[in-house]
Design a protein around this ligand. Sequence first.
Ligand code: NAD
Length: 337
Amino acid sequence: MIKIGIIGAGRIGRVHITSITTRVHGAVIKTVADPFLDEDTAAWAKSMGVGHTTKDYREIIEDPEIDAVLICSPTDTHSKISLEAIRSGKHVFCEKPIDHDMDKIQEVIKALENTNLKYQVGFNRRFDHNFESLQKTVKEGKIGTPEIIKITSRDPEPPSIDYVKVSGGMFLDMTIHDFDMVRFLAGCDAEEVYVQSANLVDPAIGEAGDVDTAVITLKMENGAIAVIDNCRKAVYGYDQRAEVFGSKGMASISNDSQSSVTVSNGDGVTSEKPMYFFLERYIEAYGKEIEAFIDAVVNDKETPLGVYDGLKPVLMGLAAKKSSEEHRPVKISEIMQ
Ligand SMILES: NC(=O)c1ccc[n+]([C@@H]2O[C@H](COP(=O)([O-])OP(=O)(O)OC[C@H]3O[C@@H](n4cnc5c(N)ncnc54)[C@H](O)[C@@H]3O)[C@@H](O)[C@H]2O)c1
């Protein structure tokens, strides 16, 4: 039984605490650390079977009994805590993104060299039943050679302005999942990114220096063209769809709803809205990604998403940001320099 430490007990930390204590075999949570841990969260964690809670995450880093760390704290702490955990010999599951700064991600890559430590990044959508089946369909050649990949990714509501200010901007916070998905579906990296973006949802987002609506086109290394459309607000709920068009056909996935009931009557035909947001739509995927991480640690396997899978979408996000600001196509090689 491996012992886990969880750093950060906010929205996503609680999701992972729940997964490990209710469905994942082979792991127990020894400690949860969060500097702003309140009594309710501590009591909840204990009720879930967590051994110990603390406000000091160094207790986890310095505990020789802890084998693996889940980093669920704010983004600006991820690379620093990754380095500390790796240097004290712990396997790491790190929430996305590893960092916004390429140099800091490179430091993490370097620290992992010549170790047998596992590192996984939290791109949970790869574990969603629909996206997983779509990728498998494409990989098996059922639609031939991929030529066009389309991803729709719209949130039901924008985050708070305080969050927007520290998020790194929409491309590095929200679109980063779509960049990972484009790589997953295309089976290769992007070469070039071009963005049309706007501030249409809330002027406060623009005042905070960010955009809230965008269409992003990408040229992939295998020649396919990808299109991502993003908006921070879709009034009908979390809109997460994808389509891959290829030389032999097309495969697509639609949104998940609470039920598939449709009502047909004199007013028309209606069905349920998509599930509200990521915690509803991807709750199963979050459990599966942690199961895969624990499996990699316990059985000494490669993690399904390594540190380079964490780095590549950040490159794409930085290219998108530059393209949006400078109104021109930006090559990934330009960002790498
Ligand atoms: N994969 C996904 O779908 C997904 C979804 C949500 C969030 N995230 C990522 O997870 C991270 C956390 O997001 P969230 O929505 O849970 O935020 P949150 O604000 O709800 O939770 C963050 C928690 O970290 C704690 N914290 C602050 N500083 C800390 C520190 N130095 N050490 C330890 N804990 C600290 C805070 O007290 C808070 O409880 C972000 O990087 C975000 O990008 C990923």
